[in-house]
Design a protein. Structure first.
Length: 277
């Protein structure tokens, strides 16, 4: 007999793997939990929606974007049916759908989803809540992708201010926003301003997540791109290699971030070899 407790144990195990950056393991646990939940009458509709959301999150990191979208959309449909279209619980699903479009590089498509998330959460929690700050940062990243820097930078700084007041200077969310600001400065050509932001973000991420978490690998990759833009190919090659050592075991083989990191490493290696010849 399939029990609710069995489903919950699998989901908790998936959560633990996800937090460690073991996305393959988390996906396996979540998918099994979802399969069993469909056969368990004790699982509520919202609990099933939450499991679908977990599947969507891990599939985004594995690069299986179509599976992620199916899971998110199904979760949203269930939640809307149970709670109505304006319940703040839906904000997390809109946030995640916007993040998925960001991962796909479909920034304009993600913008209205992220704006809906901010709208729902701000109405429920007020303008200075940390969840609103997370939504603002996600929206800012989508605006960045469209090169709307005048709109995105104030959002990043507002989010950073909320997080610093709530958590202090060394919380993981601080690192995420510092890295986002660094990427914005890089895109604006302000390389000297970007580098210290990346370094502080990396320090905080390593302290909270350890040296081999995929989020740390992403920051190494971004720092490598920055070094490459400065013409420091030896440093870029070393940083790309470090990023690949972390990302290759963690991300799906077809994930675009991994493919970009591999291309960056190959370009830096060729440029470094040529400059040393």
């Amino acid at each position: 007999m399939i029990t609710k407790a069995h489903v919950a144990r699998l989901a908790r195990s998936g959560d633990a793997r996800y937090q460690r950056g073991d996305y393959q393991g988390a996906a396996s646990e979540y998918r099994e939990a979802l399969m069993l939940a469909q056969k368990c009458d004790a699982i509520t509709s919202l609990e099933f929606s939450s499991l679908l959301n977990s599947v969507g999150m891990v599939c985004k990191y594995l690069g299986t974007f179509e599976e992620a979208e199916r899971a998110y959309r199904r979760a949203l449909a269930i939640a809307e049916q149970v709670l109505g279209p304006d319940d703040p619980w839906l904000a997390a699903l809109y946030h995640n759908l916007g993040g998925l479009e960001h991962a796909r590089g479909r920034y304009a498509a993600g913008e209205p989803l992220a704006r809906r998330s901010v709208e729902l959460r701000e109405r429920a929690l007020g303008p200075d809540h940390v969840d609103v700050a997370a939504d603002l940062a996600a929206l800012a990243a989508l605006l960045d992708g469209q090169r709307k820097f005048e709109d995105s930078e104030p959002m990043y700084r507002r989010a950073l201010d909320i997080f610093e007041r709530a958590y202090g200077p060394d919380h993981y969310e601080i690192a995420v926003n510092l890295a986002n600001l660094a990427a914005l400065k890089h895109a604006q050509g302000k390389l000297a301003e970007a580098e210290p932001l990346y370094r502080r973000a990396l320090e905080i991420k390593q302290r909270h997540l350890g040296a081999t978490h995929p989020s740390v690998g992403t920051t190494f990759n971004n720092m490598a791109v920055l070094a490459q833009a400065r013409g420091d190919y030896a440093t870029a090659e070393s940083l790309f290699a470090r990023a690949l050592s972390i990302l290759e075991p963690a991300l799906g083989a077809e994930h675009p971030n991994l493919a970009a990191c591999r291309r960056g490493y190959a370009d830096a290696h060729r440029s470094n070899k040529f400059s040393c010849a």
